[in-house]
Design a binder for this molecule. Structure first.
Ligand code: OAD
Length: 245
């Protein structure tokens, strides 16, 4: 582990351009449940019954009740040392943070250049007029309505079977292709297209560092896989980018 950690720190030290991809594991130590694995949300809930456009069409109240539950839970959580370490990187490197997380904890930690690939739980979108707005109330009156046209509002997140926002995806691919170091933390690497970003980065010459509690399909692309908690390992890597300033 020490040798791998040193290798990763050295790559970060010499990198000019760093891109990170994060997943639910980065927020696990803040108390936000992951999707898969023991204690993961998809053990208790069926994605297609809650996080799918068909589910919303069939029962918007049920879907909104689930989102209210998640909003209330996330509102009570704070960023952890992993989020803060990544936010610190912006001071030293050209840095893009791509996240699959919708919880907003990277922003709360002070991160600025963030691409929210799967949207944000704190944004709502009108299903009639398309207006989007930020609404940070922990619980919304169910089902919420658009103040402009009275249309039904939905969470501005990407559901199963939906396409990602192409502008955000294009920026994410550009950031992966231009990175000297691609740092992947806390994702199972099974949901596309996010899972392919490490391969794009690797293909264009990036050094790929993975931080996870276990090996994942991304480990094949990784030059270094550091097994452990993101909240412990990311701060350990911090010396690397601070030394390289
Ligand atoms: P997952 O729940 O699939 O995976 C979480 C990953 O984090 C696993 O590989 C864990 O081993 C790892 N992990 C858990 N705790 C950790 C810790 N403290 N430190 C480091 N790693 C840890 O979450 P995602 O990969 O983010 O999509 O899931 C991807 C997408 O699937 C989500 O964005 C969501 C979901 O369906 C949508 O809702 C569109």
């Amino acid at each position: 582990m020490t040798e791998l950690l040193e290798k990763a720190k050295n790559a970060l030290k010499h990198a000019e351009n760093v891109t990170a991809l994060t997943g639910a594991g980065v927020s696990a130590e803040s108390g936000v449940p992951t999707f898969r694995g023991s204690g993961g949300m998809w053990k208790n809930f069926r994605p297609e019954q809650l996080a799918a456009p068909e589910a919303f069409k069939k029962d918007p109240v049920l879907v909104w009740e689930w989102y209210n539950w998640r909003r209330e839970l996330i509102a009570s959580k704070k960023p952890n040392s992993g989020h803060y370490a990544l936010a610190d990187m912006e001071k030293y490197k050209r840095f893009t943070l791509i996240t699959q997380n919708v919880d907003g904890l990277h922003h709360l930690a002070g991160g600025k250049n963030i691409l929210e690939l799967h949207g944000s739980i704190w944004k709502v979108r009108c299903t009639r007029c398309g207006t989007t707005k930020i609404d940070r109330s922990s619980v919304l009156t169910v089902p919420p309505r658009c103040s402009k046209c009275n249309g039904l509002l939905r969470p501005d997140v990407v559901w199963f079977g939906e396409s990602l926002d192409m502008r955000i995806l294009d920026k994410s691919i550009d950031a992966a292709l231009s990175a000297d170091v691609f740092l992947v933390a806390g994702t199972s690497g099974v949901v596309q297209p996010a899972a392919s970003l490490a391969r794009y980065a690797k293909g264009s010459g990036a050094f790929v560092i993975e931080v996870n509690m276990e090996k994942t399909p991304i480990s094949i692309e990784a030059d270094v896989t550091l097994i452990g908690k993101a909240g412990e390992i990311l701060p350990m890597l911090q010396d690397g980018w601070i030394e390289g300033r």
